[in-house]
Design a protein around this ligand. Sequence first.
Ligand code: ZN
Length: 302
Amino acid sequence: MTTLILLVLTAVGVQAKLNVVATTPDIASLAEVIGGDAINLTTLARPTEDPHFVDAKPSFVAKINRADVLLHGGAELEAGWLPPLLNGSRNSKVANGAPGNVRCNEGVVMLEVPATLDRSQGDVHAAGNPHYLVDPVNARVVAQHLASVFEQLDAAHAGVYQANLKQFIADLDTRMVQWQKTLAPFRGDSLAAYHNSWPYFAKRFDFKMDIFLEPKPGIPPSPAHLADVISRMKREDTKVIFLDPYLSRKTAETVADATGAVVLDVTQFPGGVKGSGKTYLEMMDYLVNSLAKALGGGSGPN
Ligand SMILES: [Zn+2]
């Protein structure tokens, strides 16, 4: 009997680290902050990759197969590539509806939830705009969710997860005050973007962001559409175009040349562009400070 208990304890000890797979690097960076050394973390998408069209390698199936927890956006961002991997992995722990299948948008107030679904309007997401993590308030919600999930699945490390969460929220709140201050002089300014990845950021920091270089999500722009974009940008005095690393720089530069605006290299993922750091907080620092600089406010306090 004693031997059996020892064996069981040894087995538990060996499996002590939760195997966590995150679909995208933004979710992964929050999981890393909360999980720390208590988890093994694998990220599927690279930070420079278009999260709607991730190159789904066969090795991803094996990674999901070994996972105790699968963290995904929960809002169809990965709808084009994740479902077949999940099916192929045959892992009941992370299957849809299982406790290890974590929709990270739980508790997040989603923007742009369509009243009706019309796929002719481009790549429409039924759950709303999936790019919600570039609002730090949403990162806070997700971090809290991750801490409670990790705690439920790995009670032995509950104290670690709670301490990491507390520290993250303190850091986030401190920086949030600074971010708001840095961007305050530009409230209400018009911004353009190639793809509509930034409504949560725009709402949080009070920018007007309704000019998009692509006419519909996932549809490349026609010359007529770009002409319309250029005239709207001139009318709105739009000085900055947000460009994610996997979108057409050439198109963005054509529009910038015609309007006098600048192309700002932005990323939703730490490490997606040069200078965007390795963590969520560093990425937000980069976004805020580089935007303030582009809008004419100097490099910011950091
Ligand atoms: Zn999108």
